[in-house]
Each structure stands twice: as C-alpha cells, then as structure tokens.
Design a binder for this molecule. Structure first.
Ligand code: SIN
Ligand code: FE2
Length: 226
C-alpha cells in the first residue's frame, strides 16, 4: 500500500495514528522528538547485548503496587534497576530475583543513549539505568509518568527494536488525549526539559513479525536514576 492510500485508509477509520514518512524525525513538542531509525544499524548488537543481560538477570513480569501482573516482561542493566512490587516503584542496585547487582550497562547501550540524547539537544547525558521491556502480542503499558528518578532535569532515551508499536504521547495530566505515533524498529524517542514529565504509554502490541525478533518488541529505556 502506498503512503497516500494508507493515510486515506486511516482517515476512513478515523484513527489518530500518525504515519509520517519513515525517515522524518517528529518533534512531538518542544523537548520531545522521535529520531527515526536512529538505532537501526546497531540493532543486532543491541539484541545480542539484551540476551546477555537476560542470561544474568532473567525476564520477569513484575507486579504493580495494586497486585496486578504487568503484561510487559522486564529486566534491567546499569547501576540502578527499576523495580515494581507490592510496596511500589523504585530503583535498586540489586536485582531482587538474583540478589546480585544488575549487569553493567553494555558499551553499545551507553554509546547509543548518549548519541541519541545529544542529537535531541541534551548534551552530557550520563545514564546509570536501563530498563529493558519485552512486549509479546497483546502486551501494553498504560499511560504513566517516569517519576522515580532523582533529577527530572535529565532526559529519557527510549529505543524501539523489532515489531512496531503505537506510542501514546500524552500531556502533563493523565486526562489529556494522547497523540498516537507508530514506533518502528530502530526508532528512538528522547524527551526532557519541559516535556520530561509528560504521560506516555504503549497500546497493546499487535500480532506481527519482524525478521530479527519474531513477534516480539523490545524497548530500552535509558535514564539517569540517581
Ligand atoms: C516506558 O515508558 O517505560 C517504555 C515505553 C516503550 O516501550 O516504548
Ligand atoms: Fe515510561
């Protein structure tokens, strides 16, 4: 299907999914940008590193403070890992499943995060935490703010690998109607500054296939936690 056809079809169904050109970066608002295909070249190296992390700190479905099992499988690397359990959300240097420190941030991860932050106008980003999310078909992340970090002056760098997903970009209140932007393999979203506390999320992953990941989507979220 050509792009105009696809857009006409979307208009027909009155969906708000935005389909800009594959390689056009999108400014969501000041301080928030989608860098198209920014990580595509290192995707294989990123996937190998993800596998390495998961061998040490395995995938798990964390539970929310209210006791719901999260549909997204997660692990972490870096000096601090993001954890959710019945007592709430926090960062911890120790993986509660292994009782050992999270694996170190792979070099290929750190280099990409710094390069992407820089490209988005956030110089000197020094991430100490990487949450790795694995979405199987149907997995989703409802609208939330990233607010467990110490310094909200630091940006967020979020990398998409594998099956495409619909990113929800909300406002600074939960009730603001979110924009819907398709994130494809290699896309990187960076948000900080005035956009740092915006609500965001991921719609349920559609059944789809990607040559490198099968029916799965991976997301790397880099933060300065401490
Ligand atoms: C997140 O908000 O932690 C992840 C977003 C994504 O999977 O793209
Ligand atoms: Fe988030």
């Amino acid at each position: 299907m050509t792009r105009p056809d696809r857009q006409a079809q979307l208009a027909l169904f009155d969906t708000a999914l935005e389909m800009p050109g594959h390689c056009e970066n999108v400014e969501l608002e000041p301080g928030a940008v989608v860098l198209r295909a920014f990580a595509r070249e290192e995707a294989r190296a990123l996937l190998a590193a993800i596998e390495g992390v998961a061998e040490v700190s395995p995938w798990r479905h964390m539970s929310t403070a209210r006791g719901w099992r999260m549909s997204v499988a997660m692990t972490n690397c870096g000096e601090a890992g993001w954890i959710s359990d019945r007592t709430g959300y926090r960062y911890d240097a120790i993986d509660p499943q292994t009782n050992r420190p999270w694996p170190a941030l792979p070099g290929v991860f750190a280099a990409l995060a710094v390069r992407a932050a820089d490209a988005a106008g956030f110089a000197h980003f020094a991430p100490d935490a990487c949450l790795i999310n694995r979405y199987a078909p149907g997995a989703r992340l409802s609208l939330h703010q990233d607010r467990n970090e110490r310094d909200f002056g630091e940006p967020i760098v979020s990398v998409s690998i594998g099956v495409p997903a619909t990113f929800l970009w909300g406002g600074c209140t939960r009730t603001a109607r979110p924009r819907r932007v398709l994130l494809e393999h290699g896309d990187v979203v960076v948000w900080g500054g005035a956009a740092r506390m915006n609500f965001h999320g991921i719609d349920p992953l559609q059944a789809d296939a990607h040559a490198l990941t099968g029916n799965v989507r991976f997301n790397l979220t880099f933060r300065r936690a401490r």
